[in-house]
Write a protein that binds this ligand. Structure first.
Ligand code: NAP
Length: 290
């Protein structure tokens, strides 16, 4: 079994980006600029945004965090998005999800200028991805593709089972894996909460990508010998032994599954850092497109 080390892969990507930023600055141009809108006080969201700012600092990007109260209205958020859309100094921005329940996430996604949608969630960018046209690829699926690429994992002709069909992970992942690209060219099955006999389906997977948000859902009896297992899940569970009072748990029962796998990711240092690296890649692309 080989652990897919998203932490060290993402460090390499950040180094590559930092070199490009140094080159941009040496020509007298301004650095790429990422903005993040954070609505409310969700602890996990605050952490994710703090990491994104740290990543920007490390590669030499400018960053701006716009904090809005939990009680901010949908209209106030849409006005902020309109401002960011027309701000020439901002190359790309994200609105950290989830949003408070009184705000419609679809409306928010649709309001973002596709040219600044570095999360790759807007219909235009998802459509371009489906057609194989230049675009901002959704950060998490693209981070996973980058892991396959950097570890030279063969995906062609393999049966790839994806658990979860969310707009931000499972669905775009299924598109990227089935396209005529390398990595890609897999035969893809996408499963969800209504899928029958998940165990049998998972056992047929050469590559199993799990994004359902259910802790340790995938157990050893669901995994084929030699499979590649990618655990996207990241659920905070209380843990009094930790300074911050919680730990992240994945969707895969890592301890019991790992020995059956050829490659596997762990919840810490796996897919998460690759997602963040993809966001930086997209922001650099947004800057270069100008
Ligand atoms: P989501 O929007 O909550 O969607 C969950 C998906 O899982 C849905 O399609 C759902 O099916 C399916 N599902 C739920 N229970 C299931 C079951 N028992 N059997 C089969 N399918 C089931 O999830 P998401 O936003 O994609 O996130 C999934 C997990 O990934 C979460 O833990 C999240 O924190 C994590 N995540 C991590 C990263 C990262 O960078 N590491 C990025 C994004 C998300 P239905 O459609 O039928 O409801």
């Amino acid at each position: 079994m080989q652990l897919l080390d998203g932490k060290s892969c993402s460090e390499k990507i950040r180094q590559e980006i930092a070199e490009k930023v140094a080159e941009i600055k040496s020509k007298g141009d301004r650095a790429p600029h990422l903005a993040a809108v954070l609505v409310g006080n969700d602890g996990a969201s605050q952490n994710y945004v703090a990491f994104k700012v740290k990543d920007c600092d490390e590669v030499g990007f400018n960053s701006t965090v716009i904090r809005m109260e939990e009680t901010a209205t949908e209209q106030q958020l849409l006005e902020k998005i309109a401002e960011l859309n027309s701000d020439d100094k901002i190359d790309g921005f994200i609105v950290q999800l989830p949003l408070p329940s009184h705000i419609n996430e679809d409306k928010v996604t649709l309001a973002i200028d596709p040219k600044k949608d570095v999360d790759g969630f807007c219909p235009e960018n998802v459509g371009n991805m489906s057609l194989g046209l230049p675009t901002f690829l959704s950060a998490t699926p693209n981070g996973i593709m980058e892991l396959f690429r950097r570890y030279s994992i063969e995906t062609e002709g393999k049966h790839c089972v994806i658990l979860g069909r969310s707009n931000i992970v499972g669905t775009p992942m299924s598109i990227l894996m089935s396209r005529n690209t390398n990595p890609g060219n897999a035969t893809v099955t996408i499963a969800h909460s209504r899928t029958k006999d998940l165990q049998k389906l998972c056992l047929s997977a050469d590559i199993l990508i799990v994004a359902i948000g259910k802790t340790e859902f995938v157990t050893a009896d669901m995994v084929k010998e030699g499979a590649v297992v990618i655990d996207v899940g990241q659920t905070r569970v209380p843990d009094s032994t930790r300074k911050n009072g919680f730990r992240n748990v994945g969707d895969v029962d890592f301890d019991n599954v790992k020995d059956k796998c050829s490659y596997i990711t762990y919840v810490t240092g796996g897919v998460g850092p690759m997602t963040r690296a993809s966001l930086l890649q997209n922001t650099l692309k947004a800057h270069q497109r100008k």
